[in-house]
Design a binder for this molecule. Sequence first.
Ligand code: S3P
Length: 181
Amino acid sequence: MKIILIGYMGSGKTVVGKGLSKELDLPFYDLDQEIVRRQGLDIPSIFKEKGEIGFRKIELQVLGELLQSEESYVLSLGGGTPCYGNSMEMIKQTKDAHTIYLKASLETLLGRLWGEREFRPLIAHLDSQELLEDFLRKHLFERQFYYNQSDLVVEVNEKNVEGVVAQAKNLLNEHRAITRF
Ligand code: S3P
């Protein structure tokens, strides 16, 4: 069984993924961390050296390798992963892969991302809250098309990590009863 967490930057994919992997007793992978490990460079350096297109190619390749493995795991994607190339199709065609969209509102994301933007190459240049808000609104709108193709959705806004993990686990159990995975 492969559980794949999808959502915008700042939606909590990594921390929720770690919590869910403990609850389900499955190994945890974070796609960004796998990319960093294999490239020996952090994400901002990969963007700087290879550009966003270079990063997307590496991202797709590492995702493909993880999907091909026979292993069961919880995997947190990067915010853009399902929106480029044929990633979402690859995920949907993977046997026993189940996607969860961690859905955060614009307000939640703004609050979380403003102070962290220097580590995030796509938003590092946005130097006022208004510019960040305009960017996020447009970007979320474009990406929702892909995020909404997930099997399950958990709203994260008012919840702490434990609450999100608990709801994700409950939804997975219900989904399991229906799909018998
Ligand atoms: C990106 C999100 C980042 C990272 C890269 C690009 C995106 O991952 O993959 O900076 O396109 O939204 P997180 O969502 O884990 O921050």
